[in-house]
Design a protein around this ligand. Structure first.
Ligand code: NAG
Length: 320
């Protein structure tokens, strides 16, 4: 008898360790154990909390008209985002590609994909590379895939000009694994198959400063739609390599509510290691606010659903 009680106690402990459903299923013996009503009230209470939480969440994300900061620089997010209705042309075009149509169009921010270390490696790389060049305007670009880098008012090929000794195997390895992680995150965020996404051109590092624009290309602060500028784009991602308000002022990324008559900004404040991802159609018109101080580093990584527009991860070119 004593051992019987011990066994039951043991069983109860085990049950408590698992979940309450199992206790419920043993209805005939359940009343013997005093704690049951207490469990119920605790459960009712915690359900109440969950319901209130859900209501607050729904209210918070549905108040569209007032919400304007999508991501603050001093907060870490894991998949905060908004859905927007897909632009019709975007949808019609992307439907030509199977397993690549987003469940919903929209924009997402995630601070848990890329580590601080990875962001540092890529920032050091960008700084080393850009130290080898001089530009007239406020935008400096390195495109590892085509081997081009901003130079004065135009571009040079850093492979042929032998300015490429700033690239190390660690840089390329980090770049590739970052690209893979972001690709997986895009697929997850938009409910598509990662194997039907391809890296596309242009994918590049950028440094933005307060310098005045010299060419039109330097004027990053105009509202634009990625799909209009680059036909192959289906999903655009950005990885920020340093911090808004610490390393630079201004330079916030802004979606606008209307391409022609914007009356509202939906803002993403850059943060080191922050990834933002969005569908590239006219549902996501955006611009980058002018940098007023410091240097803003980021990588634009673009994806297409069209295999014929895919580009490869960069490798060392033969130095003959
Ligand atoms: C959006 O942000 C830009 C740049 O900071 C600013 O000039 C503009 O007035 C803002 N628009 C609205 C509607 O707040």
């Amino acid at each position: 008898m004593v051992s019987d009680i011990k066994n039951r106690k043991k069983q109860l402990n085990n049950d408590e360790g698992k979940n309450n459903k199992e206790i419920n299923s043993k209805e005939p013996i359940a009343p013997k154990y005093g704690p049951m009503p207490k469990h119920t009230s605790v459960r009712v209470f915690s359900r109440g909390i969950v319901i209130v939480g859900v209501l607050v969440y729904v209210w918070y994300f549905s108040k569209g008209g007032r919400e304007s900061i999508l991501a603050k620089h001093d907060v870490q997010y894991q998949g905060r985002g908004q859905n927007v209705e897909c632009n019709k042309d975007y949808l019609r075009e992307i439907q030509r590609f199977t397993n690549c149509v987003p469940k919903k169009c929209g924009r997402f921010v995630n601070d848990r994909i890329i580590t601080d270390y990875e962001a540092d490696v890529l920032q050091w790389f960008a700084k080393r590379g850009m130290a080898k060049t001089e530009v007239s305007g406020g935008v400096t670009i390195i495109d590892l895939h085509s081997g081009t880098m901003s130079y004065k008012d135009g571009f040079i090929n850093f492979h042929t000009s032998k300015k490429n000794n700033f690239i190390t195997p660690i840089d390329l390895k980090t770049y590739k694994s970052v690209r893979q992680k972001i690709q997986a995150a895009v697929a997850q965020s938009f409910g598509i198959d990662p194997d039907h996404l391809y890296l596309t051109h242009p994918t590049f590092f950028s440094k933005l400063t307060y310098k005045d624009a010299v060419t039109l290309h330097d004027e990053y602060w105009h509202v634009h739609v990625d799909k209009y500028a680059y036909k192959s784009f289906h999903y655009t991602t950005l990885l920020y390599l340093n911090n808004y308000n610490i390393n630079f002022k201004g330079g916030r990324f802004m979606f606008v509510n209307d391409f022609n008559e914007p009356t509202k900004n939906i803002t993403i404040e850059p943060r080191k290691g922050r990834v933002s991802m969005f569908t590239s159609g006219a549902e996501n018109p955006h611009f980058v606010e002018r940098v007023t101080e410091g240097e803003r580093f980021a990588i634009t990584i673009s994806f297409t659903c069209d295999p014929s527009k895919s580009i490869n991860d960069p490798t060392f070119k033969d130095d003959n």
